[in-house]
Write a protein that binds this ligand. Structure first.
Ligand code: APR
Length: 174
């Protein structure tokens, strides 16, 4: 089981083996985390994403799946792109959000990555409530069968950090 930490910061500045991108299925960039990673990582990331679209993901990366590219100019070695579910009060998509964390760790294991930084997937543009997103993230990563030994949740606000810290504490005793 990896060591889990929650930190306040910018995912693009993390000195880890792999950072996880809260992407969309096009893999061609966007706002939020996605925009920051492409903006700071440089064009090599988008070029690698385009190649993935041309080779394996002609219809886009499905929600809940993950795929890796170079991290370009970022301190990390790889970017693991995953597509979170859009929040919908009517349908429970929790398993799809859990799959983003699980599949990202599976890809990290394939790469041999030992340290991974996650943003709070789906809790921005995709509208997922932070507390529930944090619970799913912590439960899924803590239960994962992975060789990754350091996972950090990188939060973009003090509120989000407090919510993830609480989720870590609540899950500690579980
Ligand atoms: N570092 C860490 N966390 C960040 C950063 C950053 N640089 N920028 C934003 N965040 C936080 C947001 O505050 C939110 O809590 O990451 C979380 C996820 O927000 P989004 O980036 O909006 O991702 P998501 O909700 O999964 O929506 C994905 O948004 O940017 C588009 O192309 C993306 O269509 C996709 C959608």
């Amino acid at each position: 089981m990896p060591e889990l930490r929650a930190v306040r910061g910018d995912i693009t500045e993390q000195h880890v083996d792999a950072i996880v991108n809260a992407a969309n299925s096009s893999l061609l960039g966007g706002g939020g985390v996605d925009g920051a990673i492409h903006r700071r990582g440089g064009p090599d990331i988008l070029a690698a994403c385009r190649a993935l679209r041309a080779s394996h993901y002609g219809r886009g990366l499905p929600t809940g799946q993950a795929v890796a590219t170079t991290a370009g100019n970022l301190p990390a070695r790889w970017v693991i792109h995953t597509v979170g579910p859009v929040w919908s009060a009517g349908t429970d998509k929790s398993e799809l959000l859990a799959s983003c964390y699980r599949e990202s760790l599976r890809v990290a294991d394939e790469l041999g990555a030992k340290s991974v930084a996650f943003p709070a997937i789906s809790t921005g543009v995709y509208g997922w409530p932070l507390d529930d997103g944090a619970r799913i993230a912590v439960e899924t990563v803590r239960a994962a069968d992975t060789a990754v030994d350091q996972v950090r949740f990188v939060l973009f606000s003090d509120d989000a950090l407090a919510i993830f810290a609480a989720a870590l504490a609540a899950n500690q005793g579980a």
